[in-house]
Design a protein. Sequence first.
Lengths: 788, 155
Amino acid sequence: MPDGATNTGIGASVKRVEDKRFLTGKGNYVDDINRPGQTYAYILRSPHAHAKINSIDTSAAKSASGVVAVFTGEDMQVGSIPCGWQVDSADGTPMREPGHPALAQGKVRYVGDQVAIVIADTLDQAKDAAEKINVDYTPLKAVVDLRDALADTTLVHDEIETNISYDWAIGDKAEVDAVFDGAAHVTKMDIVNNRLIPNAMEPRAAIGDFDRASGEYTLYTTTQNPHVIRLLMGAFVLSIPEHKLRVVAPDVGGGFGSKIFHYAEEAITTWAAGQIARPIKWTAERSESFITDAHGRDHLSHAELALDANGKFLGLRVETAANMGAYLSTFASAVPTYLHATLLAGVYTTPVIYCNIKAVFTNTVPVDAYRGAGRPEASYLLERLVDRAARETGLDQVDIRRRNFIPSDAFPYQTPVALAYDSGDYEATLSSALKLAEVDGFAARKAEAAGRGKKRGLGYSTYIEACGVAPSAVAGALGARAGLYESAEVRVHPTGSVTVFTGSHSHGQGHETTFAQLVSDQLGIPIENVDISHGDTGKVQFGMGTYGSRSLAVGGEAIVKATDKIISKAKKIAAHVLEASAEDIEFAGGNFTVAGTDRSMAFGEVALTAYVPHNFPHEELEPGLDETAFYDPANFTFPGGCHICEVEVDPDTGTVEVVSFTAVDDVGRVINPMIVEGQVHGGVAQGIGQALLEGCSYDEDGQLLTGSFMDYAMPRAHNLPSFKVATEETLCAHNSLGVKGCGEVGAIGSPPAVINAVVDALADMGVTDVAMPATPQTVWRAIQTAKS
Amino acid sequence: MPTVSMTVNGKAVSGEVESRTLLVQFIREHLELTGTHVGCDTSQCGACVVHVNGEVAKSCTMLAVQAEGANVTTIEGLANGDDLHPMQEAFRNNHGLQCGFCTPGMVMTAVDLANKNKNPSEQQIREGLEGNICRCTGYHNIVKSVAEGARNMGG
């Protein structure tokens, strides 16, 4: 705990406020909610990756037992599900953005595409009736592989006459090419960032409700950003004005990005509830989640790094094809461009960079942000390339990184790919990680492992990410169709307790604790006197939600701004009562004191005065103590750090064991170290999952082969070690808390560390690359190929 | 429709169910005990773990009628009033949960694990949690929680 920290204030590992309800089964997730008169929905989905719908016969289903209604795309004529970010191609033309219907309109474009909704008194009745729907399809050739899609021989959307949504670039290609022409060494790699399925443990769910008397719709949904859903669904899809649409996101069981997006089922259940004037509950089965939750990653890149004779990076050029799936999901277009290409400087001084991104439609589930969103793809590409460059030039893995680090005295640092880093100390996180990982003893451990027939390897990743999204003006200039500020209302009650309404949303991050710590610390009141309210557009003024590690850096700052307003007003009230000037009032430890005197009012007394304003500066102030603030950040924040992975590979079976994983991250100021460590653990586990276990696989007809937990390898307890986690702190230079964000660092930094370790273990067998996920089969094949 | 009767968290309960109704549906929908969760449909994730006659069971893998006459404990039956069970307390103390969705099943599995092994090693805990998936914690703090919970349960 830092000096001066209280046991509940900033820097304290306060136990979580949320835990008791979750541990006793009293959580309130969407599927736990039941509305009076509720019906149940089953959504009939396409079994084909690509097909024309000739006709849909719902007559038998409509007359089945318990069925209330059946609707198809023909019935549901509403707006298209929008994409939230417009990216323009290098030639200035806007991205191609084909219509994205909630219920299919004449064609289906991936296995899982919504075809009809069956609503009945019970879920079993809805499922039984769905079997009676006869859809006459003409199956069409599907395009699944990115390379095939680029050839444009089979089109996902006929009307745009290509599968490429946009062909975007950053950097001056001619300038970069010239640098390559004069380079002492060029390292080249083809790099695949494997497609992942997010799999938050709570399947998505939605309850649409409609009050005929007031004309008001309510949607209970598993979202990370209820106000964003209200905006996208209300304004673009269903044409329901905000004051007639309430969106509630109660306890949400994990998101990892997959619950940011506006999904068709939200619009379908809300719209249909209006049609039948009864609540409708839909809950995904896990098999349904696999084929409908937006997938993540799926980049195919060719990358080249130019170096001088001293191992200094001279230039980087990257060509990436990014899979969008069948439609542009909410943030899909921004992921490979503004969250990936702009991160390609990494922590290095590479002076010139060119990156071209082709966003490609395929007959697969839409692909969008998944924990890290673009930055894991960037860090993997860059750190694999650096690892390879070191091996090719004979430089040590640590040395090549140190030669190229942006020095700690170079901030603010303008990269050649748009971003300006405000603070960081990459040497500090590297040297701390080297110690924590006990790298000095590695040679002995490797020799010992060799004695057991195991190949031991060490892999590094020194990464950066950009989060705290985002300065609205910058985001807007880059095509964002929304602002990316956050809002907070700090409502002080008459007896001095406080409710904070935040536009951030907690789905595992522990905001009810961290934000309460913050407010308790700012206002000098006990943490028990602070409640955090979130996730309901009917309660919270506005919000952009939680993703991109933005909650503390943006949402927390909004809370600080609102508490600053509270303190400022409270000082004036105290000054009036204490018959002093407001400038002479000092606020510390929850007391307003006239400087240099013992005349003082406690926070609770000021609150009571604000609401019982008998002795009150009415000519200057309104009664009450309730302030709202919006905070729009001046820049992104830039957490970074060093991850070191140590593996043992069995060369006979290709099995990889992570024997040690060290993460030293700079996430800025830490409010609750316990929660930060937990976030890093979870991110690292997902990163190790990507590197060793998880791989989404489709067959050539577009059928998902990894459609259950029996086929898609989720990390389980025995797949992972305990982690060594620490932080180094440089403060964010542009927010008052100095915070950067910790939610994604684990998933961003870890995959290249793991694969670099596997390659290191097998380097003396001639292996130079191993694809993710490095399953035993993949590793074994890499060994056999190297042998032959 | 068949009638099923059982004891859940010490209370005798009964209800009419379809023969295809799963135990987890009976618990969540008939008894409105929504602490037991459904995280998958292939008996893989363990969010639905309860105790049936003192043994762990994935309640999505049992029909309600198979629990006829059984003694069932769900997450709601673990604490003693306001006093958390030592395993629940250990999860709180070690930040063994984040979003909370896998937590009920994880805790119920952990209690069973500790009942059978008073002083489990890290490896035994990791292997013992094989049937429960958590996406948030990376298991690091769950493993710590289970070790502490087992100790405090009198191991």
